[in-house]
Design a protein around this ligand. Structure first.
Ligand SMILES: [Mg+2]
Length: 311
């Protein structure tokens, strides 16, 4: 009798300790629906967090997780070093100058070697992590459960993104030297005005409705590039994502992209100029095989499975 009493007390104590927190101990008469109701969580989530295959199969005394073992907050922690590098390293700053210096060399070479071409020159640049630095937005998710696109629109509307080193100078050089600048970005068209304001604030040239081409119906940038190419000759393209250069990378897997980059190697530093971005990108989705709906736990696992380690 005494043994049973202490056993029940133990269950009650556990239920008290864990109730409303991250764990629940199943009591006699509990069903998953009852537990879900009691803890304001869905049955599906409890099943997911506990790898339960059958909702009717729970037993008294079983400990159920009410929160994922590995949360978005845990996953965000993995961004700390990338954000530190992006925001504080002289190497990042130097790489940005290097990209815009290279762009200037390419543009200048075209000015001198293609003197007789009558078509107006254009330089096409992406915006985010190519000419504007949004890393405070990404860093802002660290130690929170937030992930993109939460608060993204608010960040853009705050117009606080600063230029990447060398960007403003190079793009002004283009406009002063017989060229137009086109900003082709997958920011939503709804964010056009704050985007223009943000660019203007820091002295970017041609920051207007004609030259800032944001995402309408499709994230495919090719139709917007074609629009520019109708009455311009695109001398070079700049971006932090392979899709900023060509449609051929769209929807491709990690290994297909690797082959395409090899095939197009002569373009990099000649027509395509890449800016570094270790914070986010399509490369992350490639690790998840395009399944962005993975849980943070699954994403963590997929990330670690793709590491190359020595033996
Ligand atoms: Mg970008």
């Amino acid at each position: 009798m005494k043994k049973i009493g202490s056993f029940i007390a133990g269950i009650l104590l556990s239920a008290t300790v864990f109730a409303g927190t991250s764990e629940y101990v199943v009591q006699r008469g509990d069903t998953l629906s009852k537990i879900a109701n009691k803890n304001k969580i869905s049955v599906q989530k409890i099943m997911q967090f506990n790898n339960l295959k059958n909702m009717n199969f729970i037993r008294e005394g079983q400990r159920l997780k009410l929160m994922p073992m590995y949360s978005q907050k845990n996953l965000n922690e993995q961004m700390v070093m990338a954000a530190n590098w992006y925001q504080t390293s002289g190497e990042m700053q130097a790489l940005s100058y290097q990209a815009f210096n290279m762009a200037k060399i390419i543009y200048y070479a075209d000015l001198t070697s293609n003197k007789d071409n009558e078509q107006k020159r254009a330089v096409v640049v992406d915006i985010d992590e190519t000419v504007l630095n949004n890393s405070p937005y990404d860093a802002g998710s660290i130690e929170t459960n937030n992930s993109y696109p939460k608060e993204w629109n608010d960040w853009v509307k705050s117009e606080q993104a600063v230029p990447l080193p060398g960007a403003v100078e190079f793009l002004n050089f283009v406009v002063k030297n017989k060229g137009d600048v086109y900003y082709i970005s997958n920011r939503s068209v709804k964010l056009l005005q704050p985007t223009i304001n943000n660019l203007k604030k820091f002295g970017f040239p041609e920051a207007d409705k004609e030259h800032v081409l944001l995402k309408g119906k499709t994230s495919n940038k090719e139709p917007r590039r074609e629009q520019v190419a109708k009455n311009h000759r695109i001398v070079l393209l700049m971006g932090d994502n392979l899709n900023d250069f060509s449609y051929v990378f769209r929807g491709k897997t990690m290994s297909e992209k690797a082959d395409l980059v090899d095939n197009l190697k002569s373009q990099f530093g000649n027509k395509f100029v890449l800016l570094p971005n270790p914070l986010y990108g399509d490369w992350e989705g490639d690790i998840y095989k395009g399944n962005w709906g993975m849980t943070p736990e699954q994403k963590n696992k997929a990330r670690k499975e793709h590491l190359v380690k020595w033996e």
